[in-house]
Design a protein around this ligand. Structure first.
Ligand code: NDP
Ligand code: ZN
Length: 351
C-alpha cells in the first residue's frame, strides 16, 4: 500500500509498505480524511519520540472500516467511524487503574505513529476496535470528525487536568487548535474569565468565539507579569498549558493563586528539565498542583464528545482553516503545519 511516512528524524516522504493484518479484536480501516497535528511536527522534525524509520505518520482521521476480526461485535465493513488518536488496550491493568492512555507503559496507549504505523496510509490497523472506535454521528462533516481524534479530547482533557470550576478565572497559554479547544472546554465548564495567550490573528479571532475574554502576548514580556496586572496582583484560579516550552511552567506557577491547579497537555518536544520557581511555589507549600496528561482516548470519550459536537454547542469546523482534496496534498499540509502561517489553525486533507 501507499503511505506517507517519517523516513528518519528530519525527513518525511512517500513509501510502499505491506498492509497490516487484522487480529480477532482488531479492525482495518481506510482513512476518509486526515488532519495534521503539531505532534507530527515534534515527531518528525524534533525527534520528540526518538528515531523512527519508515513509520507511517498520522493519528488524526475519520475512516471507513474495511475488515473486522472474529471477536468484534459493534463494527462491520462499510461503517464510517471516528478514530481516537489514543487507542488503549482496555483490558490492561493501567486501564483498570483509570489511566488507559498509559496501557502497556507510559504513553503506550498512543500507538499511531509512535509504536506502530499511523493513519496516513491506504489501510491502517486499530487494536481493540469495540473499545476504541465510535460510529460517525449522522451528518457530521469529515473535517469536523477529524477534530474529534485529538484536538477536542486533548483540549478538553487539559480542562479536566486543571479542574476548571464555575466562576474560575482561567489562563490558557497557547491558542493553537489544542488551546482553542481548552478555551471552549473551560467556557463550557463555566469559567468567568478566560485569559488567552497567543498571537496568530485567526487563532485570536476564533478564541474569542469560543469564549476567551482577554488576550495577552508572550512576545510582550513575561506572561505572569501581564496576568498579575490584569488580576490586581491576585493571579488566576487555573492555568492550562497548550503551548510554549519547558520554561512556560515557571510563568504558569507565577500566574497561579495559592490552591490553584495547572493542567498541561503541551508535548514538550525539547529541553531536559522543567524548573519550578521556589518562592512562587510557596517554598513548596503553596498548594499549587501541577498536572500533565495525555488524553485518554477510547470509544466512550469519542461517542460523548461526538454527541457534544453534533449538538452544535462547539463549532469545531472553525478550526479547519485549510481543507485540501487528495492524497497528494499531505506533504503540503505537513509543511504548512511546520511553518504555521498567520491564518492557519489546522490543515485537513479529504481523501
Ligand atoms: P500550535 O503550535 O498550533 O499552538 C501553540 C500555541 O502556543 C500558539 O498559540 C502559540 O502562539 C503559543 N506559543 C508559542 N510559543 C509560546 C511561548 N513561548 N509561550 C507561550 N505561548 C506560546 O500547537 P497545537 O495547538 O497544535 O498543539 C499544542 C501542543 O499540544 C503541541 O505541543 C502538541 O504536540 C500538543 N499535543 C498534546 C496532546 C496530548 O494528548 N497531550 C495531543 C495533541 C497535541 P502563536 O499564536 O504566537 O503561534
Ligand atoms: Zn494530534
Amino acid at each position: 500500500m501507499k503511505a506517507f511516512a517519517m523516513l528518519k528524524i528530519g525527513e518525511a516522504g512517500w513509501i510502499e509498505k505491506e498492509e497490516p493484518t487484522c487480529g480477532p479484536t482488531d479492525a482495518l480501516c481506510k482513512p476518509l480524511a486526515i488532519a495534521i497535528c503539531t505532534s507530527d511536527i515534534h515527531t518528525v522534525y524534533e525527534g520528540g519520540v526518538g528515531e523512527r524509520h519508515n513509520m507511517v505518520l498520522g493519528h488524526e482521521c475519520c475512516a471507513e472500516v474495511i475488515e473486522v476480526g472474529s471477536e468484534v461485535k459493534d463494527f462491520k465493513p462499510g461503517d464510517k467511524v471516528l478514530v481516537p488518536a489514543i487507542t488503549p488496550d482496555w483490558s490492561s491493568v493501567e486501564a483498570q487503574a483509570g489511566f488507559a492512555q498509559h496501557s502497556g507503559g507510559m504513553l503506550a496507549g498512543w500507538k499511531f505513529s509512535n509504536i506502530k504505523d499511523g493513519v496516513f496510509g491506504e489501510v491502517f490497523h486499530v487494536n481493540d476496535a469495540d473499545g476504541n472506535l465510535a460510529h460517525l454521528p449522522e451528518g457530521m462533516k469529515y473535517e469536523e470528525a477529524c477534530m474529534l481524534s485529538d484536538m477536542v479530547p486533548t483540549g478538553f482533557h487539559a480542562v479536566e487536568q486543571a479542574d476548571v470550576q464555575f466562576g474560575d478565572t482561567v489562563l490558557v497559554i497557547g491558542i493553537g487548535p489544542v488551546g482553542l479547544m481548552a478555551v471552549a472546554g473551560a467556557n463550557l465548564r463555566g469559567a468567568s474569565r478566560i485569559i488567552a495567550v497567543g498571537t496568530r490573528p485567526t487563532c485570536v479571532e476564533v478564541a474569542e468565539k469560543y469564549g476567551a475574554s482577554e488576550f495577552i502576548s508572550y512576545k510582550d514580556g513575561p506572561i505572569s507579569e501581564q496576568v498579575m496586572k490584569l488580576t490586581d496582583g491576585k493571579g488566576v484560579d487555573k492555568v492550562i498549558i497548550a503551548g510554549g516550552t519547558v520554561s512556560t511552567f515557571e510563568e504558569a506557577v507565577k500566574s497561579l493563586k495559592p490552591g490553584g491547579r495547572i493542567g498541561n497537555v503541551n508535548y514538550l518536544g525539547k529541553g531536559d528539565m522543567i524548573t519550578i520557581p521556589r518562592v512562587e511555589w510557596g517554598a513548596g507549600m503553596g498548594n499549587k498542583v501541577i498536572s500533565g496528561g495525555l488524553m485518554p482516548g477510547g470509544r466512550l470519550r469519542m461517542e460523548k464528545l461526538g454527541a457534544l459536537v453534533a449538538s452544535g454547542k462547539v463549532d469545531v469546523g472553525l478550526m479547519a482553516t485549510h481543507v485540501f482534496h487528495g492524497w497528494e496534498h499531505i506533504p503540503e499540509a505537513l509543511e504548512m503545519m511546520r511553518v504555521k502561517q498567520p491564518d492557519l489553525i489546522k490543515p485537513v486533507v479529504i481523501l
